[in-house]
Design a protein around this ligand. Structure first.
Ligand code: HEC
Length: 164
């Protein structure tokens, strides 16, 4: 993973974030345990174990993903974000985030769908009527390859179309 920190600094940053993130509550079993495992191993380093994010680095996942999952373009947006990453300024709750979300297209469709379901339902507490993401939702976006800037541009149109 290349980034402004360079390779040598990653182990230190990982250790720091792991400490800051704490451990998930043992009494609160996730609805998507496979997704939770993928998330804790690959995503929590930036978004923290509870999805609260890291100011100045990675956004909280508590605000938008559950809302995105309620509309078709938002569901596409979630799949695009994990497949292709995202790059460019976004604003969540008055905070700016402008770092690179890595792409995870090397993971299979079911693994990515489960990780997103952990984000949407366990972290984001989406309403019960929200349909879980399926492997087919991920597969459908693999055929429209994008770069991270295009994923960010699509996000802006999705946010504008969210119900209040
Ligand atoms: C290296 C740090 C890093 C890792 C690891 C990472 N992300 Fe991200 N993620 C980001 C950043 C940074 C953004 C915002 C990108 C931007 O500003 O354009 C982001 C954005 C997102 C968003 C969009 C949120 C929104 O409001 O639109 C989702 C969803 C997401 N990440 C999920 C994940 C998942 C799931 C994983 C693991 C498979 C993961 N991230 C791993 C840094 C990371």
């Amino acid at each position: 993973m290349n980034g402004p920190f360079g390779r040598a600094a990653w182990p230190l940053l990982l250790a720091g974030w792991a400490l800051a993130a704490g451990v998930a509550r043992a009494d609160d079993q996730p609805r998507y345990p496979d997704g939770a495992a993928t998330f804790q191993a690959n995503c929590a380093v930036c978004h923290r174990a509870n999805g609260a994010g890291t100011p100045g680095l990675a956004p909280p996942l508590t605000e938008y993903p559950a809302r995105f999952a309620g509309i078709a373009e938002g569901r596409r947006q979630l799949a695009m974000t994990v497949l292709y990453g995202m790059f460019g300024d976004i604003v969540i709750g008055e905070r700016h985030y402008n770092f690179k979300m890595p792409d995870f297209g090397r993971f299979d469709d079911a693994t990515l769908a489960a990780a997103l379901n952990f984000v949407v339902f366990d972290i984001g507490h989406a309403p019960a009527a929200t349909a879980p993401l399926a492997a087919a939702d991920i597969a459908a976006e693999r055929v429209h390859e994008l770069d991270g800037s295009a994923v960010r541009e699509h996000r802006a149109t999705v946010v504008a179309g969210l119900p209040p």
